[in-house]
Design a binder for this molecule. Structure first.
Ligand code: GDP
Length: 313
């Protein structure tokens, strides 16, 4: 990408898209295009075609998607499969018809088979049954990856797909009902401190292990891959280390400065015992995550204080 290339960031208000936009701006890319979903409904082919005819983007970061946790996936499976299939089909096909130079599609490590060995290697995709609770979402994302690969084979395009591990950062979802563990714990410890609550309830036994990638690191990897990778195969993006939920809770407790106890609510599910990706491929390409969990947690807590806590107080 040249600094003056026209780059479209689809989904620029989300956790991933907003990080990619910040990264491109910080790196001096000046010709960036982005639209809210009110301005441009990517599920509508006519609107997408009109947008491409008008803007003619050269590069695309396709970070627009319908995402959510287990509760949302369970309640709205039709929305998850439909919206994602529509968004990615409209954008990928319009990219081809308008001669886009390169497109980066966001997959997710939660679309690997449920019982795949850990750490997850890229070649494990489509080698086993999916997690039933998010199967419609996963099928849509897998279709997007296959669409990129098929266009590359048939039309000689350069569409690449990345597989980020669990993400956190600015614009995360802090709703306790639907969020993932890391933003949930930031909120719980903060509110317990504000209310002088004697303890915080952490779900499950605390023994499951998870890997957490700060969204700015993912954005850095996406820009790196856009500039340095042309392969047809998917690429994992992670930190290559995991941590137990208990250790995570203790770190967040310290950062927030909460003095009370941690209680484990073992009536709540642990979920999968471990989730870690193999990052040897992206490391071999020359990229490594650089934001430590401590630094990322500090930043995420600050963002929560500035943007979420102020509204709920
Ligand atoms: P997962 O990675 O798909 O299992 O999704 P989550 O991020 O929701 O959960 C990861 C782990 O954190 C599970 O073992 C949860 O039981 C545990 N956990 C502990 N406290 C919380 C909480 O307050 N919210 C969530 N979502 N998970 C929690």
């Amino acid at each position: 990408m040249e600094r003056s290339s026209k780059i479209y960031i689809a989904g620029h208000r989300g956790l991933v898209g907003s990080a990619i936009l910040r990264k491109l701006q910080a790196d001096g890319y000046t010709n960036l295009v982005y639209k809210t979903s009110q301005e441009l409904d990517l599920r509508d082919k006519n609107q997408v075609d009109e947008f491409f005819a008008e803007e003619k983007p050269e590069y695309i970061f396709l970070a627009a998607a319908k995402v959510g946790g287990i509760v949302a996936n369970n309640e709205y499976p039709a929305d998850f499969i439909r919206d994602n299939l529509m968004i990615q089909t409209n954008v990928i096909d319009a990219a081809y018809r308008n001669g886009v130079k390169k497109l980066l599609f966001l997959g997710s490590t939660c679309i690997y088979p449920k019982f795949a060995p850990q750490p997850l290697k890229e070649e494990y995709l489509l080698t086993g049954e999916l997690e039933p609770t998010n199967e419609p979402y996963a099928i849509a994302k897998i279709a997007g990856i296959k669409m990129c690969q098929s266009y590359n084979r048939q039309y000689g395009t350069k569409y690449i797909s990345v597989m980020p591990t669990n993400l956190y950062g600015p614009n995360d979802n802090f709703d306790l009902h639907t969020s993932h563990v890391l933003p949930a714990l930031i909120r719980k410890f903060h509110e317990a401190k504000e209310n002088n609550a004697p303890y915080v309830e952490v779900w499950g036994t605390g023994t499951p292990r998870r890997e957490f990638l700060y969204s700015d690191d993912l954005a850095d990897a996406c820009v790196f891959l856009m500039n340095n990778y042309e392969g047809n195969e998917i690429v994992n993006v992670g930190v290559g280390e995991d941590i137990s939920i208990k250790e995570l809770a203790e770190k967040i407790k310290n950062i927030v400065g909460y003095q009370g106890e941690i209680k484990f609510d073992t009536t709540k599910p642990d979920g999968t015992p471990r989730k870690l990706v193999d990052v040897s491929k992206i490391n071999a390409l020359g990229w490594k995550a650089s934001i430590s969990l401590e630094e990322g947690l500090q930043k995420a807590y600050q963002w929560f204080l500035d943007n979420v806590a102020v509204k709920t107080n």
